[in-house]
Design a protein around this ligand. Structure first.
Ligand SMILES: Cc1ncc(COP(=O)(O)O)c(C=O)c1O
Length: 361
């Protein structure tokens, strides 16, 4: 069997142990004679999986009692629309930080709904190479919004700005990679396909008091309250994806939980950033140091040498390391080192980068 080191930004690597477990279960889940994919979402067989995924997530991510865990569809992009639909008040305003392409898309959706959206800070002028400093949100905003990890530019908040207004966090590319401070967060969401499972499931963790806010004209399926009142079983949920999330929660537990994973993530990122910093300028990181992401390491080769960058990506592919091409907006390379990327994978990449530098400088 061939298994590559997958540095893709998403959908991305899933732990081998999880895939093997799913393979084992695929035809006959728990001696039921059917696959979990074939089970009714109203059956006990499926419901146990669904509820276990929620309770393990609560335990591992230390989600307080006064938050609901929802499994939705439509990707993180659907949340860009659902958030203003549900949380805005008549005549009110939302406040956003623009730290990259995904924030920009989220901001656009607020405007489409005719809701006032203030951008309180932006890193656009410097190609989103940092998280803006001194972010000042109004306590009177309907809600405030940040993208915790900027998947394309490789920047990440080290702590969230304080506000008395509800804080919404797009954690699509760093959910479950460290323990968050729930005192600061009112709604956190993520498409599952980076750190939590396969594409097709979106996780929303929302403070219960926000469920009541929704206006009269919001369609039933787009209301958080609909899904919360039905334990995310209002309609057919993405059952196989939720089953995989459950397996990933068990895998996380076996790795020492999210705190254990956070330590491994720090070590992995250090190995890669050290290689960049010790390359005498051959490799150049995109993010400024204090904004560096532990999940997505975006970098170029000196003078943005596209020819050498393509050559390195090819050599990596030849050596079983895939998904390293940087996003077209900044070019270069991007190594996504989510929870499922092993230290061994990062070490293999660094060894290749060092060899490549010797041969090409
Ligand atoms: C930070 C962030 N937000 C939102 C999205 C959009 O996710 P989806 O494709 O699930 O809509 C992505 C996708 O990469 C992302 O990285």
């Amino acid at each position: 069997m061939k298994r590559a080191f997958n540095f893709g930004a998403g959908p991305s690597a899933i732990p081998l142990e999880v895939l093997e477990e799913a393979q084992k279960d695929l035809l006959d889940f728990q001696n039921s004679g059917i696959s979990i994919m074939e089970a009714s979402h109203r059956s006990k067989l499926y419901e146990n999986v669904h509820n276990e995924a929620i309770s393990l997530m609560r335990e591992l991510y230390q989600i307080p009692e006064n938050y609901e865990v929802l499994f939705l569809q439509g990707g993180a992009s659907m949340q860009f629309a659902m958030i203003p639909l549900n949380l805005s008040k008549k005549g009110g305003k939302a406040q956003y930080v623009n730290s990259g392409s995904w924030s920009t898309k989220a901001i656009k959706e607020v405007g489409i709904q005719g809701i006032e959206c203030e951008i309180v800070a932006s890193s656009k002028e410097s190609s989103h190479n940092h998280i803006p400093a001194d972010i000042k949100f109004d306590n009177s905003a309907d809600y405030c919004y940040v993208t915790s990890n900027n998947t394309i530019y490789g920047t990440q908040y080290k702590s969230f700005p304080s506000t008395k207004a509800p804080l919404v966090v797009d954690a699509s590319s760093d959910i479950f990679s460290y323990l968050v401070d729930w005192d600061k967060i009112d709604l956190l969401f993520a498409g599952a396909q980076k750190n939590a499972g396969p594409s097709g499931v979106t996780i929303v963790i929302i403070k219960k008091d926000l469920l009541e806010r929704v206006g009269d004209n919001v369609p039933t399926i787009l209301r958080y309250k609909t899904h919360a009142s039905n334990n995310s079983l209002f309609h057919t949920p993405p059952t196989f994806g939720i089953y995989l999330i459950n397996l990933i929660m068990k895998w996380l537990k076996s790795k020492g939980g999210i705190d254990g994973m956070a330590k491994i993530n720090e070590q992995k990122a250090k190995i890669l950033y050290d290689a960049i910093d010790n390359s005498d300028g051959f490799y150049v990181g995109h993010a400024v140091k204090d904004s560096r992401s532990l999940m997505n390491v975006s970098f170029n080769i000196k003078d943005k040498n596209a020819e050498l960058e393509a050559k390195l990506i090819q050599e990596a592919t030849d050596n079983n390391m895939i998904g390293l091409k940087g996003h077209r907006s900044i070019g270069g390379l991007r190594a996504s080192i989510y929870n499922a990327m092993s230290t061994e994978g990062v070490e293999a990449l660094v060894a290749l980068m060092q060899k490549f530098q010797k041969e090409n400088s």
